[in-house]
Design a protein around this ligand. Structure first.
Ligand SMILES: [Zn+2]
Length: 56
C-alpha cells in the first residue's frame, strides 16, 4: 500500500480547495478507515477501492 504522501506526489491523490483528499481517477473524497491490523490510518476511495496509508 502506498503512503498518502506518495499518492499525492504521483498524482493518484489530489487535494481539493478545502484541503480534503480526493481520488484523481474518480474524484471521490477519500474515506477514513481505522484498521487495528494496520499501522496508522488508512484512507480509501469509495469509487475504486484504492487505499493509501497515512504515516506519522
Ligand atoms: Zn478512486
Amino acid at each position: 500500500m502506498d503512503s498518502i504522501r506518495k499518492g499525492l506526489r504521483s498524482g493518484d491523490i489530489e487535494k481539493d480547495t478545502y484541503e480534503r483528499l480526493t481520488c484523481s481517477s474518480c474524484g471521490d473524497e477519500l474515506g477514513t478507515k481505522n484498521d487495528p491490523d494496520e499501522i496508522g490510518i488508512v484512507r480509501h476511495c469509495p469509487g475504486c477501492g484504492e487505499q493509501w496509508r497515512k504515516i506519522g
